[in-house]
Design a protein around this ligand. Structure first.
Ligand SMILES: [Zn+2]
Length: 237
């Protein structure tokens, strides 16, 4: 009886290991969390780059307009001070043009200064967004590499444990005992057989009755814990 129980206890250890390996394998997600983050980071980068493009374009446009106004103003000023124009009406018209251009220039200058700030801010935001995407891409690649190495190791462990289980399982010749173990294990969700340690069931930590303790000593029949139903095993080694 005790040999059967000892083999069953070993089998249970292997079953627990198999369960743990399988749980770890199914927890490998292919870096799903990071991929979700990347999916949100990409549109954020697109938006930041678009915003940067808008202000850069306006700034460029402003600079071109300023240049063109400057040229016009220079032409008018040249005529004004050349001495070629003497007609007061014409001179006054030129002066008015120059004043108008000056006023346009000053408006554009104000906006251009604002745009310099906006471009700088947009550039820094786009850089942060780009760094974020690049970092995530790198992290995903690393995580996937790490996971694939882990997967190989886990699959090897799983194969080894299964093959060890195949060696141990035939030692349990009492098939009814095996069925009982499977049933209890399904019920408890973890173990079907428990050692008795210092008079207590290892599974539920409740003391076994003197009657059960005696039966275990006599080793003539299989006994179960009266509290949790696990098959009890007196490990004397
Ligand atoms: Zn118990």
């Amino acid at each position: 009886m005790r040999e059967q129980l000892s083999a069953l206890y070993e089998l249970q250890g292997l079953d627990i290991t198999i369960g743990r390996i399988k749980a770890r394998l199914s927890a490998l997600s292919g870096a799903r969390d990071l991929k979700d983050k990347l999916e949100r980071a990409r549109p954020a980068l697109e938006a930041a780059e678009k915003a940067l493009h808008v202000v850069e374009t306006e700034l460029k446009d402003n600079e071109l307009r300023l240049k063109s106004i400057d040229e016009k103003r220079a032409t008018f000023e040249k005529r004004l001070y050349s001495g070629e124009v003497t007609n007061p009406k014409e001179l006054s018209a030129i002066e008015k043009e120059i004043e108008m251009l000056k006023s346009q220039q000053s408006q554009l200058d104000g906006r251009t200064l604002e745009l310099y700030d906006q471009v700088e801010k947009a550039r820094s935001e786009a850089r942060v967004a780009r760094d974020n995407v690049e970092t995530l891409e790198k992290q995903i690649a690393e995580a996937i590499e790490k996971e694939s190495a882990e997967k190989v190791a886990l699959e090897r462990q799983l194969a080894e444990t299964i093959s060890r289980r195949e060696e141990v399982a035939p030692k349990i010749t009492d098939k009814a005992l095996l069925t009982r173990y499977e049933t209890v294990r399904r019920k408890t969700g973890n173990t079907g057989i428990a050692r008795v340690i210092q008079g207590k069931c290892e599974g539920c930590r409740i003391s076994v009755t003197p009657f059960i303790a005696r039966s275990l000593q006599q080793d003539k029949e299989y006994v179960s814990c009266e509290s949790c139903g696990r098959i009890l095993f007196l490990d004397t080694e």
